[in-house]
Ligand binder design. Structure first.
Ligand code: FAD
Ligand code: EPU
Length: 338
């Protein structure tokens, strides 16, 4: 393992922000991870863990150590006639892992196709798309505890998953390095999740009457490619904000005033489509320098080339203030601002 000084992070974050790390290390084994923490104790050096860099916004150079988690490996750890438990190391590419599962006929993750990033980051915000969340197939994970170097096991219950949320964004924030994740998947009698309108419509258009998990994966990939900007072309980190969940009474007041309001029932109230709120507040397609709001999906902020993280963060604050003023609704940032 090499420690590199003043290493560029531009190609390592999907926003394409041009910053560098004072120190940078790529770790491929638990041993190397332990060595890194011995060399740079957390009491003296700030640390930042990096997966695929697809949920981060760098607002400055990082004056500490960036550790890229490159642990690899996929193995079956338990199997019976109907189910399989698969363990994937933190550094595995998320979509390649989903593709591997679909190819083996293991169902459960297909709706989460094409989400960028690595397996190790996937439980942190309980990634979700098209009616499925990671928690639906999650079995357990192993994590390295930074304070004492112990490897700890977390059950689904211990992770306290919620909408784009887990214990790793709250009490356990910054305390663990996720090493691997176990998923429980179905080998047969797949429970297809076709509830998201666009999936049904696309399957029908393709004339697929009895979809398989491979069909669902293909359709989800196609919908995503038509809606979301490709970070290889235009820098972005997916949805910049979470969809706000409001009480029923707030929803009813807003719906009376704005009949077009898009919202879905959610436990504890109604989940409002933040993209709709941002669009109605007039921000869709807005551009200031190289920082902008995507013209097809107002929930996605973009870097058209040379925007700084500060410029994108400043734009996000203006959007928050505008949505709050127009609708009285607070938007919470999904992306990790560093
Ligand atoms: P990174 O950005 O590298 O890191 C995210 C956070 O996790 C950071 O705080 C980092 O320090 C920490 N971290 C990284 N690795 C570890 C580890 N091993 N242990 C502990 N902490 C760690 N998300 C969705 O939920 N649904 C979507 O549909 C979706 N669509 C997207 C579409 C696009 C085009 C883009 C660019 C992003 C999208 N995202 C989506 C967001 C993003 O892909 C996910 O949040 C993903 O899980 C981030 O993974 P990553 O490896 O890139 O994390
Ligand atoms: N909408 C608008 N204008 C816009 C964008 C959206 O009016 O500019 C409305 C549309 O009516 C649409 C509704 O909002 O029907 C929902 O839009 P979409 O289906 O695109 O989903 P989203 O709520 O914007 C969420 C997730 C995505 C995930 C998709 C699909 C959050 C914060 N975002 O987006 O996740 O891929 O659903 O399930 O929950 C991410 O987290 O980074 C992410 C991309």
């Amino acid at each position: 393992m090499r420690i590199i000084e003043n290493h560029s992070l531009k190609s390592l974050n999907t926003f394409g922000i041009d910053v560098s790390a004072r120190y940078f290390a790529e770790v491929e084994t638990l041993n190397e991870l332990q060595q890194v923490y011995d060399l740079f104790p957390i009491e003296t050096t700030p640390h930042l863990l990096l997966g695929g860099g697809s949920n981060l916004l760098f607002t400055d150079h990082y004056e500490g150590l960036v550790i890229k988690i490159n642990l690899k490996g996929i193995e079956v750890v338990e199997e019976n006639e109907s189910e399989v438990v698969v363990k994937a190391a933190a550094g595995e590419d998320w979509d390649q892992f989903v593709s591997f599962c679909v190819l083996h006929g293991w169902g459960g993750l297909e709706n989460l196709s094409l989400i960028p990033g690595h397996v190790g980051s996937s439980p942190i915000q309980n990634i979700g798309a098209y009616g499925v969340e990671l928690k639906d197939c999650f079995e357990s994970l192993e994590a390295f505890e930074k304070d004492n170097g112990q490897v700890r096991y977390f059950s689904a219950q211990a992770c306290q998953f919620g909408y784009r949320d887990s214990i790793f964004k709250r009490e356990a924030k910054g305390k663990y390095v996720i090493l691997s994740v176990n998923f429980r998947l179905r080998k047969k009698n797949h429970l297809l999740n076709l509830g998201y309108g666009a999936i049904q419509a696309e399957l029908q258009q393709r004339g697929v009457l009895q979809p398989t998990i491979a069909d669902v994966r293909e359709v989800v990939c196609s919908i995503r490619q038509s809606k979301l900007p490709d970070p290889a072309v235009t820098g972005n980190a997916g949805s910049f904000f979470k969809n706000p969940v409001v009480e029923q009474s707030v929803f009813e007041r807003l719906k009376a005033e704005y009949p077009g309001l898009v919202a879905f029932p959610d436990k504890g109230g109604m989940k409002l489509a933040a993209g709709w709120l941002i669009e109605q507040a007039g921000w869709k397609g807005f551009r200031e320098g190289d920082a902008g709001v995507h013209p097809l999906q107002a929930l996605v902020l973009v870097n058209y080339g040379k925007a700084s993280g500060g410029e994108i963060a400043a734009l996000s604050e203006k959007i928050k203030a505008s949505v709050s003023k127009t609708f009285g609704v607070s938007l919470e940032t999904e992306v990790n601002i560093v």
